[in-house]
Design a binder for this molecule. Structure first.
Ligand SMILES: CCCCCCCCCCCCCC(=O)SCCNC(=O)CCNC(=O)[C@H](O)C(C)(C)COP(=O)(O)OP(=O)(O)OC[C@H]1O[C@@H](n2cnc3c(N)ncnc32)[C@H](O)[C@@H]1OP(=O)(O)O
Length: 286
């Protein structure tokens, strides 16, 4: 099932279906799987589709049976991979969103489509879907137990209660190499009374700068975050997290970031993030 689903994705995204995925049980070198995963996701995004192979609420990952195959090559043996539950896209509006958040969402969403000569076309902005796992099979390192694998959730998307922690949506402008995140900070993110915890602010900054760095440079890891907190953010308020590419230098991508009030009048936080491109084997210690 997994093999045929991935084969379908490969067809949809113009990525060649690798021969080793034929059949219901696939044996795939780890690095190749993850590289292909990123290619698939990139391809899907290029085609305006979302990745339905991300884990939703159900702990359904059955990937991590690792074994050795020849010198220095590790493979994962996969059993079938059920796709019965569609994943929740956390970037879509829900009832917890304030009218201000909803208005900003509508504003940027409208910029995702432009009308030219009576035809609707893709605009400069794109809403990035958001799920509570990264690529399922990118987590198949030997160090993770099956239980941990099944339970792992993206830090910013680990609460099911709408509005409780990180409510956010990211819009990317690839031409300008920039993005804007509309962020509503929930009650679980309290630091100083009535205000957002500095670590939560760092988290959303890392996520937004990391997301744009990933889109521009492929798989990266945060090497350095430099944050100046200028004014506190009230719990429940909506802020804009704007990020843009500053420069790239070899494997390094430097991203700048400002967190402001929704109307842009008040600066809350300024930051830079340095991201280093990694070979995905880095995550497996190879
Ligand atoms: C696909 C679509 C999905 C998109 C959604 C994604 C959403 C996800 C969003 C979530 C996002 C969350 C993201 C997270 O939370 S990532 C989790 C937090 N980050 C980490 O755990 C990273 C840990 N560190 C490392 O793994 C390594 O140190 C890395 C990989 C960073 C570099 O080790 P590596 O051995 O590979 O490289 P290198 O040491 O040869 O260095 C290479 C170059 O970099 C320069 N350098 C290195 N470090 C620093 C430093 N601290 N300041 C200044 N410079 C530094 C270095 O001088 C050199 O420069 P040069 O000599 O070449 O000029």
């Amino acid at each position: 099932m997994y093999a045929s689903h991935l084969a379908n994705l490969h067809r949809q995204t113009n990525i060649q279906e690798p021969r080793h995925l034929e059949g219901s049980i696939a044996k795939v070198p780890v690095g190749m799987m993850i590289r292909q995963g990123f290619q698939v996701v990139r391809g899907l995004h290029r085609h305006g589709m979302k990745w339905s192979g991300l884990a939703g609420r159900q702990p359904i990952n059955r990937v991590p049976v690792s074994q050795s195959m020849g010198v220095g090559v590790r493979v994962l043996t996969m059993s079938s991979w059920p796709f019965s539950s569609p994943p929740r896209d956390y970037s879509l509006p829900n009832d917890s969103w304030s009218p201000e958040m909803r208005n900003l969402y509508d504003h940027y969403n409208a910029l995702c489509e432009v009308e030219e000569e009576g035809q609707k076309k893709r605009g400069p902005w794109r809403r990035l879907p958001s799920y509570n796992r990264t690529l399922k099979y990118a987590t198949g390192g030997q160090c993770l137990s099956k239980v941990l694998q099944a339970k792992a959730r993206l830090f910013t998307r680990n609460t099911e209660e709408p509005g409780a922690s990180f409510e956010y949506v990211v819009f990317l402008n690839k031409q300008e190499k920039s993005c804007v995140c509309i962020f509503q900070a929930g009650h679980l993110l309290e630091g100083p009374p009535g205000h957002v915890h500095g670590g939560a602010i760092a988290t959303i900054i890392d996520s937004v700068t990391g997301t744009i760095a990933t889109y521009l440079a492929g798989p990266v890891m945060t090497a350095n975050l430099n944050i100046n907190y200028r004014s506190p953010i009230s719990l429940g308020s909506v802020v804009l997290v704007r990020s843009a590419l500053e420069k790239t230098e070899g494997r390094k991508t430097l991203i700048s970031c400002q967190v402001t009030s929704a109307d842009g009048a008040r600066l809350h936080t300024e930051a830079t993030g340095l991201f280093v491109a990694i070979n995905v084997g880095h995550l497996f210690g190879t």
